[in-house]
Ligand binder design. Structure first.
Ligand code: FNR
Ligand code: LAC
Length: 366
């Protein structure tokens, strides 16, 4: 393999090619794949590209600033690291490399419950963060409470409560590959398996500890336990978003888990406007799924999102070049966003609005 200079990879697709060449087939497919026919996974990407932009010209764009504030945290660009399981599949340093890259770039690293490092280990490598911690509601509420209190005690600034996984999805690639994570990987934040904390070879068995009986009434529990704000991740409907906020969530992530849960779910770009309207400024609105360029970030912000989360591209960067590769991905997205803003005649994140898109309800649209 040629040694990679990730900064020279011209775009995310090129980085994915490098990652594909470096990873085992099983690991690559686990990351790249989705549920069932992968219709939603593809629709996520296509729906962003389908949004036509109406750039302004002749405005002074000599100084473009992509920085913004999210739930009290200043970030250099509204591009966050999505929670994703087992970074040890992509890189030996695992989540430590991802967290360092996010901190260096100046954005929030969302650590997955299914990380290969403990939340304390990741906090130790990036004490200043910024970091959020993602979990599910476990059947064992006491375990969940201890987890979010450990997150608070080690400087995580918010709890991301993922709610789109009440059942196990069927992922054809993993079934065909008989994918099992390598036995040296641990998932130290998960409830202990009967076999100790070694990773269960049946990956999806991990999800057996998640409580399918969780409801809106439970949304406020992590805040009651830890004092941290809760962001509800994995909804695509305005009514669910509104109810989450009414039950005490500080924000929501419009997400279909990157097409890894219910295939056929609406693309997140298409679901976002309804959620923005229903939340009506009462909380933060984030979105993920298929964001592959800075122009996509601009589109999401134009539809009313406060920020985006990025999943697979982070893992391609990690596999291709470790910490440096993740830094390259975030830098590419940040620079592309700044460029798209300049082309659109806007210099601040707060100036990006729906008027920049050829939107169906725009007056005069044919
Ligand atoms: C995920 N995702 C995810 N989400 C979550 O809440 N907890 C998790 O542990 C994981 N694990 C995970 C593993 C892998 C390999 C992937 C690709 C994704 C979903 C993730 O947070 C996000 O919603 C999607 O990845 C966004 O879509 P894109 O950017 O990958 O298209
Ligand atoms: C996944 C789980 C771990 O999407 O969230 O693979």
């Amino acid at each position: 393999l040629a040694t990679l200079d990730p900064v020279s990879a011209s775009d995310l697709a090129a980085l994915e090619d490098v990652a594909r060449a470096r990873l085992d087939r099983g690991a690559y497919d686990y990351i790249a794949g989705g549920a069932e026919d992968e219709v939603t996974m593809a629709a996520n990407v296509a729906a962003w590209s389908a949004l036509d932009i109406r750039p302004h010209v002749l405005r002074d764009v000599s100084a473009v600033d992509t920085s913004t504030r999210l739930l009290g945290t200043q970030v250099s660009a509204p591009v966050l690291v999505a929670p994703s399981a087992m970074h040890g599949l992509a890189c030996e340093e695992a989540e430590a490399a991802t967290a360092r890259a996010a901190a260096r770039f100046g954005t929030i690293m969302t650590l997955s419950l299914a990380a290969n490092l403990s939340l304390e280990e990741v906090a130790a490598v990036t004490p200043a963060g910024p970091r959020w911690f993602q979990t599910y509601m476990h059947r064992d509420r006491g375990f969940t409470r201890e987890l979010v209190q450990r997150a608070r005690d080690t400087g995580y600034a918010a709890i991301v409560l993922t709610v789109d996984s009440p059942a196990l999805s069927r992922r054809g690639r993993d079934i065909r590959n008989e994918f099992a994570p390598p036995s040296h990987l641990r998932v130290p934040n998960m409830p202990p398996a009967p076999s100790g904390d070694a990773l269960d070879p049946d990956l999806l068995a991990l999800a057996a500890a998640f409580d399918p009986a969780v409801t809106f009434e439970d949304v406020s529990l992590p805040t009651e336990w830890s004092g941290l704000p809760v962001v509800v991740k994995g909804l695509v409907r305005g009514d669910d978003a509104s109810r989450s906020i009414a039950q005490g969530a500080a924000g929501v992530v419009v997400s279909n888990h990157g097409g890894r849960q219910l295939d056929g779910t609406i693309a997140t770009a298409r679901a976002l406007p309804e959620v923005v309207e229903a939340v009506g400024g009462r909380g933060a609105v984030f979105v993920d799924g298929g964001i592959r360029s800075g122009t996509d970030v601009l589109r999401a912000l134009a539809l009313g999102a406060d920020a985006v989360l990025v999943g697979r591209p982070i893992l391609w960067g990690l596999a291709a070049g470790g910490e440096q590769g993740v830094t390259a991905v975030l830098t590419m997205l940040g620079e592309e966003l700044a460029r798209a803003m300049a082309f659109c005649g806007v210099t601040r994140i707060s100036e990006i609005d729906r008027d920049l898109l050829d939107w169906a309800d725009r007056p005069g649209r044919r």
